[in-house]
Write a protein that binds this ligand. Structure first.
Ligand SMILES: Nc1ncnc2c1ncn2[C@@H]1O[C@H](COP(=O)(O)OP(=O)(O)OP(=O)(O)O)[C@@H](O)[C@H]1O
Ligand SMILES: [Mg+2]
Length: 435
């Protein structure tokens, strides 16, 4: 090979070597850059995963706080409504649903004035005023729901942000019908106690002169033996004083604390005894009153005072008979309900002035249904009040005494009535372990 050619080939090889060298260097730096990038991506990925975890934790915590808060709101006995400044409902807890009978799904996001309507303007006005005046309010208002009216105690508050800007208003409210009922019961008891004291002192004052009048009237009657007219007059005086004496005895009975002599009895026997008194009356005055008994053949035993229970039943039977002008039907039915619960119910039984906690395993229901004149809604509120009567010869103590007797046995009375159709009194008495 000529010298020149050889030189050229050598130069080429050298160039190639340089190129290779350069290429190697480039590859190496590329590899390094790639590794750095990879590390950076791994680092970023790690950070992203961490942020994701943190975010998930925060979301979970938020949802936990949210459900904790709504559990608190839903566990409240009081109803709670919150509205925004535009009057749209934003919170409506479980008690609010129950008290207002409105479902949460329908109410949330709707205008509170539309939801509660014109009938409940007195209620919604409180929220309106709180929103406008930014001041809390407290009041009692009637609330109209479906077919009934319930008394509510309401407290409203403006919802303020930290910067004092108003964010809405809230109302917390509760149904106070049970408290009202208790208050009425206390008043009823206080009235009874007062009347009792008064009756006891008056009765003693009246009894003596009454016996003297009766004694003299009997003497007169004897003196006028020959004169039928005058003897009849004297007899009227005797009858009148006896009626008065009867009233005084009733009053005294009513004034004294009940002495209950508990023993095991059979309901059927007590009903039969009360009926036999009633039959005498029907025999005398009302021939067309039918009495129907629906009593189970299997004996039902309870712990009770037979005489007191007889008196209670007789009072109801007499009232039923008196409510039917000349004819009608009185149905007396008895049934027994045994509780399914494994642990028996407990109740207080009055015992020698004390209240003893007693266990009950069920209830006996004794129903007195008549086809008489019925009781109006207005009258219904008063029938258990002492001395409330619509009868010329009544003294208005029958139901008061009956209620006391039943309560002293740990039971209760319920009345249902339709004017012109008839009335049903149901007595509930607890069943004891032994029955
Ligand atoms: N079964 C009934 N049907 C219609 N009204 C009734 C009935 N039971 C009670 N009432 C009404 O309740 C009132 C009060 O009854 P309650 O037995 O306490 O007194 P009374 O019967 O009037 O008098 P008494 O003291 O003689 O019992 C009655 O006057 C009557 O208006
Ligand atoms: Mg009566």
């Amino acid at each position: 090979m000529p010298e020149k050619l050889l030189q050229e080939e050598k130069t080429k090889i050298d160039l190639l070597a340089i190129a290779f060298h350069n290429f190697n260097q480039a590859t190496q730096s590329l590899e390094e850059s790639y590794q750095t990038l990879k590390d950076e991506i791994a680092h970023l990925n790690k950070k992203l995963a961490e942020t994701n975890r943190e975010l998930t934790r925060k979301v979970e915590e938020l949802s936990r706080i949210h459900s904790y808060l709504s559990n608190i709101l839903d566990s409240m006995m009081e109803g709670l409504i919150a509205i925004n400044p535009q009057g749209k409902i934003s919170i409506f807890n479980r008690a609010a649903q129950e008290i207002t009978s409105q479902p949460r799904e329908k109410v949330l996001g709707s205008s509170y004035q539309k939801v509660f309507g014109d009938k409940n303007r007195a209620f919604t006005h409180l929220l309106k005023k709180t929103l406008e005046d930014r001041k809390p309010l407290m009041a009692e208002r009637k609330f109209y729901r479906e077919n009934e009216v319930v008394p509510l105690e309401i407290a409203t508050n403006p919802i303020k942000r930290k910067d004092r800007e108003i964010e809405g208003a809230l109302a917390v409210f509760r149904d106070i019908s049970a408290i009202r009922k208790l208050q009425e019961e206390i008043q009823h008891k206080q009235r009874l106690a007062m009347l009792g004291q008064m009756a006891a002192s008056v009765a003693h004052e009246i009894r003596n002169p009454l016996s003297a009048i009766e004694g003299f009237a009997l003497l007169l009657k004897d003196t006028f033996r020959e004169d039928t007219k005058k003897s009849q007059w004297a007899n009227n005086i005797v009858k009148g004083t006896r009626n008065l004496n009867n009233l005084v005895s009733n009053l005294l009975n009513f004034a004294r604390p009940l002495k209950v002599n508990f023993q095991q009895i059979q309901i059927k026997e007590i009903i039969e005894n009360s009926l036999s008194f009633a039959f005498q009356r029907i025999g005398e005055e009302k021939l067309n009153i039918q009495i129907k008994k629906e009593i189970p053949t299997q004996p039902i035993k309870i712990i009770a005072d037979p005489e007191l229970l007889e008196q209670a039943f007789l009072n109801l039977i007499l009232n039923a008979i008196q409510s039917m002008a000349n004819e009608g039907k009185l149905t007396i039915s008895v049934d027994k309900q045994v509780y399914l619960h494994p642990s028996p119910h407990e109740f207080f039984r009055e015992w020698e002035g004390d209240y003893i906690l007693t266990k009950s395993y069920g209830e006996v229901h004794i129903r007195f249904s008549d086809t008489g004149c019925g009781i109006s809604k207005e009258e219904m509120k008063k029938i258990f009040h002492p001395f409330y009567t619509t009868k010329a010869k009544g003294c208005g103590l029958g139901l008061t005494i009956t209620q006391r007797i039943i309560q002293s046995h740990g039971g209760g009375i319920k009345v249902e009535s339709k004017e012109g159709k008839g009335t049903t009194f149901t007595i509930y008495l607890p069943l004891d372990e032994i029955t």
